[in-house]
Design a binder for this molecule. Structure first.
Ligand code: PRP
Ligand code: URA
Length: 209
């Protein structure tokens, strides 16, 4: 299950991130904006209820039972680069809880290594994995498995840029996980970087290299 967000506001901002001359500051601000726009699409089917126990009164003295989200939402950024999208999504859904998964990709083998998992205990939440890059897909399938191993069942993933290989790997191992992408790019290079891509997302967010 794959949705590529075909929105002009997203596309123009992704190209700002692709530009190698974009500063770390501009990279961060645009990544945050894209994360908000993509989450708008990814959360469009969230179920609601009307809270009759806590009615509100409008300035025109009408009583309204306000809409609330039916299920808990648990955002899980994959460290480090996922942190760059977290605030943009939290601005759209401030009631969400946040867990963290630490994962890095070995530069030579491209294999993912998990170094940290901290998830709040919630009853059957919608878990949203956040990571700008879906390259070989190794980090994604490990992150999804780590979350499933802790008993969570409903999982979606929001990425910024994906390669066909990464999408295929996630679909093969976790066909139940819906992937939301701002761009499906062409391919990977011999070092496992996405082409055209935007380079190393973590480095460009945090100014490391
Ligand atoms: C990047 C990215 C993903 C992973 C994608 O993280 O944020 O987690 O690579 O690659 P894959 O699909 O081939 O597994 P990285 O390992 O560079 O860690 P960082 O976020 O700490 O820089
Ligand atoms: N991780 C990144 O940050 N960028 C890529 O292109 C691939 C993996």
């Amino acid at each position: 299950m794959l949705t590529v967000i075909n929105n002009p506001l997203v596309k123009t901002k992704v190209d700002i991130l692709r530009d190698k001359n974009t500063s770390n500051e501009l990279f961060r601000t645009n990544l945050k904006k894209i994360a908000s726009l993509v989450s708008y699409e990814a959360f469009k089917d969230l179920e609601l209820y009307q809270d009759s126990k806590n009615p509100i009164t409008t300035p025109t003295n009408c009583i309204v039972n306000p809409y609330k989200l039916k299920e808990d939402v648990l955002l899980v950024p994959v460290l480090r680069a996922g942190l760059g999208m977290l605030d943009g999504i939290l601005e759209m859904i401030p009631e969400a809880k946040v867990g963290h998964i630490g994962m890095y990709r070995d530069e030579k083998t491209l294999q993912p290594h998990e170094y940290y998992v901290k998830l709040p205990k919630l009853d059957n939440p919608l878990v949203v994995i956040i990571d700008p890059m879906l390259a070989t897909g190794g980090s994604a399938i490990s992150a999804i498995q780590a979350i499933k191993n802790r008993g969570y069942k409903k999982i979606i993933m929001i990425n910024l840029v994906g390669a066909p290989q990464g999408v295929e790997l996630v679909e093969k191992h976790h066909p139940d996980v819906h992937i939301y992408l701002a761009s499906l790019d062409e391919k990977l290079n011999e070092h496992g970087y996405i082409l055209p891509g935007l380079g190393d997302a973590g480095d460009r967010i945090f100014g490391t290299d």
